[in-house]
Design a protein around this ligand. Sequence first.
Ligand SMILES: [Zn+2]
Ligand SMILES: [Zn+2]
Length: 401
Amino acid sequence: MSTRDFIEKDYYAALGVPQDADAAAIKKAYRQLARELHPDKNPGNAETEARFKEVSEAYDVLSDPKRRAEYDEARRLFGAGGAGARAGFPGGFPGGAGGGQPFDLGDLFGAAGGGRPGAGGLGDLFGGLFGGGGGAGSARARSQAASGPARGQDVETEATLSFDEAVLGVTVPLRMQSPGTCPTCHGSGARPGTSPHTCPVCQGAGVTSRSQGAFAFSEPCRNCRGTGQVVDDPCPTCAGNGVTTQTRTITVRIPAGVQDGQRIRLAGKGAPGRRGGPAGDLFVVVHVSGHELFARKGNDLTLTVPITFAEAALGTTLTVPTLDGNVSLKVPAGTASGQTLRVRGRGVSAKGRAGDLLVTVEVAVPKRLSPAAEEAIKVLDAELGDPRPRITAAVQSGGAR
Ligand SMILES: [Zn+2]
Ligand SMILES: [Zn+2]
């Protein structure tokens, strides 16, 4: 039985008893449930089997005064199980938010910054809470969600990068709005100087019991929305929700080689988790501006360089720009217009593999010629002769066959 179990599991709710129930009441509730849920009585019923295990586990802890005291203490310290604040989380879980204690956003980001690869959604969360039992009723699921740790929401934002920034990678500040613990009441929902008090309906358990046929169901207390606490004098900042929309600026590293329209996932940089849950993920949709000279083809950079007829014919060594300094490029004698020459490793460096710089040379044809240039070109043309002898031969025989 780990501390994590203690924080995540609501043993009082499992037995359908209030938090201040005495030993006799706990024993009575357990016996009743154990009789109803016993596998001998419900052969092959996965749902009652899971409930039976849950109830047994709860009774193991709550029937032992020493372990019950440890359990109560763990929940008190970590703000689980109805000790937390009253809050409805906009767009989040039904039920509560806020751990009843202030937390530092920086700490949370730091702690979660290492990433939660493949962090799942609600399904994973519930799976974790129920130990994979999966058979619990939905009312109970809500009750657990209201009191257990909750993963922060995923947040999506946009960033516009210059061409160079996208190629080379960049660190950008992003302003984001997301729900966070109210700074005025630290999530309790109560006006500063006042405190929430224990819900009189459920005695702070956050759940009430309801009988239906042979079964006793626990469901979230309607009076306190499953939090176990009620607020008389709500916090003026958050109107008693314990949560406000907060603008924060975070610095994120956009990796080298991102493409226009790409969606980058930054694990653990989304909204902070609640009651010790992990932070959500941040998704950044990247917009990349065009470049005056370069374009991209995957991880290759492309560049078009005009050359003169003389350079194409005689060969030359060009100096061409890259995004990181200049490079020399040898153009062999007799290079055709439109030919592409490759400069290895001078493209986009993404995930350790560098693309190439693809230089396409185009023979520049002047639109206007001086009389001297015109004369010189006529002389050259006569010297060079027919550039298309096969075509000429085909034409002379009356067409190609
Ligand atoms: Zn507040
Ligand atoms: Zn209540």
